[in-house]
Design a protein around this ligand. Structure first.
Ligand code: V47
Length: 374
């Protein structure tokens, strides 16, 4: 049951368009496409936040999660040409081009494990000279060295690339990776599902059908995954809502998504020529609306790297219950101008969560509790 404070707060709602949505949320009825659009368009930010926080606390209580993790990006040489991406380069001779050796990858993982990390999150470019075995070896070498480390690696875009390289089905690729030691898939590469937007921002990347097919195949093989949405560029509100609802539909089928992560577009050093950063109200709305529409996804992440620590902290009262983690070495957002730090101390995450009035929980990748900081 909702508390009196919630009732009192909701009685102050100023936007008439929200009244029927409030009733639906309190009656646990599923929201529609039209509801999603109205929620994005409202100026009644506090009612939106109150409602989203009500839903997140019903699902997760006062817990707000973080993970001790490290990102590793083995190469930024990539055969795709996504217009929003400042990280990758198609040119091997570009001064910013790099490729890591197996030893370097293992050393990065070793340092993370020694510091206390439970997860490595590995994504990178579609390297034109690497065959599937190179990517497979990355997983098996890490697994051999770190039997207990959770390896979350390779977006759906990479899985599709491996399937072409090795002439294997998605299922066969995922089985091989799982046998090598892969534990779960990250959610990158979703961007915005609308074909109109993809033609502008990522013309040769796989479309939404393949992205979701790969995740659903992974789920059926027992590999859980996260999922994302890149917002704040050329998409419309309707295209955001459509994206979120396609994820809800896929989740109805498999239940394998652990978390949804709205990724705020970072505008520097790329070909899109959009000079505006997303703004705080939009970041909070996007998190809150995602929480309200995705009634079947357990967690919503406020990714501090892309929205900054302060908005991420506030987002913990607007529907988010997760801050990602220590990260340790972030490149994708920082090549594109992110102003946040490239890593985070665990103590800082705990403090941000506590000061938001929530209970910090260090989790593993699959949201098992490692330590609760009461
Ligand atoms: O796939 C690329 C996006 C993603 C930009 O799964 C950009 O838990 C903003 O997916 N501005 C990689 N975003 C990051 C990602 C992620 C991050 C944290 C946690 C998880 C998870 C996943 O970043 C890419 C792309 O969608 N991206 N360029 C940019 N200029």
């Amino acid at each position: 049951m909702f508390s009196l404070d919630l009732e009192k707060g909701l009685s102050l709602a100023t936007d008439k368009e929200l009244f029927s949505i409030i009733d639906k949320v309190l009656e646990e009825k599923r929201l529609s496409f039209e509801d999603g659009v109205k929620l994005f368009k409202t100026n009644d930010l506090l009612t939106l936040g109150l409602l989203a926080n009500y839903v997140t606390e019903k699902k997760n209580g006062k817990y707000a999660y973080f993970v001790f993790n490290r990102q590793i990006n083995p190469t930024n040489i990539c055969s795709l040409d996504c217009k929003f991406c400042a990280f990758a380069t198609m040119d091997k001779n570009d001064p910013k081009a790099y490729e890591m050796s197996y030893e370097e990858i293992v050393e990065k993982a070793r340092y993370a494990v020694e510091q206390g990390a439970s997860e490595v999150h590995i994504v990178g470019g579609l390297h034109p000279d690497w065959d599937f075995d190179v990517y497979l070896n990355i997983i098996s070498i890490l697994r051999k060295n770190f039997p207990n480390l959770h390896i979350k690696a390779f977006t759906a875009v990479e899985i599709d690339y491996f399937s072409k390289l090795a002439k294997l089905s998605y299922e066969e690729v995922l089985i091989k990776l799982k046998e090598a030691g892969l534990n779960s898939l990250p959610g990158g590469g979703a961007e915005i599902f609308s074909p109109r937007v993809r033609r502008i921002i990522a013309p040769i990347k796989i479309g939404w059908k393949k992205y979701l097919e790969i995740h659903k195949t992974a789920h059926k093989l027992g590999l859980q995954s996260t999922t994302t949405m890149l917002y704040g560029h050329v998409e419309t509100i309707e295209e955001r809502v459509d994206h979120i609802l396609k994820i809800r539909e896929a989740q109805d089928e498999t239940g394998g998504f652990t978390c949804f992560i709205p990724l705020a577009y970072q505008p520097e050093n790329n070909e899109l020529n959009i000079t505006d950063h997303t703004h705080g109200v939009d970041d909070l709305k996007t998190i809150a609306v995602s929480r309200l529409l995705l009634d079947n996804v357990p967690h919503i992440k406020a990714y501090w790297v892309m929205i900054g620590e302060k908005i991420a902290q506030v987002a913990l009262n607007f529907g988010a219950d997760d801050m990602d983690g220590t990260v340790m070495e972030e490149k994708i957002a920082h090549f594109a101008g992110a102003k946040s730090p490239t890593q985070q101390q665990k103590e800082k995450l705990i403090r941000l969560i506590k000061k938001a009035g929530k209970i910090p929980v260090e989790r593993d990748t699959l949201y098992n509790h490692i330590k609760v900081y009461q």
